[in-house]
Design a protein around this ligand. Structure first.
Ligand SMILES: CC(C)(COP(=O)(O)OP(=O)(O)OC[C@H]1O[C@@H](n2cnc3c(N)ncnc32)[C@H](O)[C@@H]1OP(=O)(O)O)[C@@H](O)C(=O)NCCC(=O)NCCS
Length: 158
């Protein structure tokens, strides 16, 4: 079965399903509230157009979260993971991350990578608790208020 077509059911009638272009407006609305330096509409459109593994997590009423995974040459790169602010700290980010790791495994990935801001302790705690290790640092990688911020590169053997 094509991993892209798999749908993962979350409790409380939420489900992770492949993102479609029509989701982008809602995804962008969430993105703009949870990041100081959000992705643009073009970043999401390009991710979908490029065939990246893009997932939406929705309730019956609204879009709650999303994840973007790029798979190439046996490596999975987690490019974005977001949960709407009022849905955070309920275990959904972890569950969506599990879903993306399962998708990566199904696509033959044996190593996952991601970048995260050193200031993003919520995300770092999540990744560390899932077994990701810090494997490098990209200097001045992210835009930041008044300058640039490094990126911690993390990896997970799956
Ligand atoms: C990072 C993010 C996806 C986590 O999603 P979430 O649904 O809030 O996280 P969960 O409830 O599944 O929590 C999983 C773990 O993350 C860590 N965590 C989450 N929120 C935290 C907080 N406010 N402070 C410290 N650790 C936190 C904890 O280790 C937590 O495990 P625990 O509940 O057993 O303590 C979410 O905070 C988010 O969307 N942040 C903004 C976007 C972002 O920074 N994305 C990551 C980019 S690399």
């Amino acid at each position: 079965m094509n991993a892209q077509l798999k749908t993962c059911v979350f409790p409380e009638a939420m489900e992770a399903r492949p993102m479609v272009f029509a989701d982008i407006e809602q995804v962008l609305a969430v993105e703009q509230t949870i990041y100081a330096f959000p992705w643009t509409q073009g970043n999401f459109t390009d991710s979908l157009s490029s065939g990246y593994s893009c997932w939406s997590l929705s309730s019956a009423q609204s879009l709650i979260g999303y994840g973007i995974l790029m798979v190439a040459a046996g490596e999975g790169h987690l490019l974005n993971l977001g949960i709407a602010a009022h849905w955070q700290k309920k275990g959904l980010g972890r569950r969506l991350l599990h879903h993306l790791i399962d998708i990566a495994k199904g696509d033959g990935v044996d190593m996952m990578f991601l970048e995260v801001r050193p200031s993003n302790t919520s995300a770092i705690n999540l990744y560390l608790s899932e077994g990701f290790n810090e494997i490098g640092l990209r200097r001045n990688y992210y835009p930041a208020n008044g300058g640039r911020e490094d990126a911690i590169v993390m990896g997970l053997s799956i």
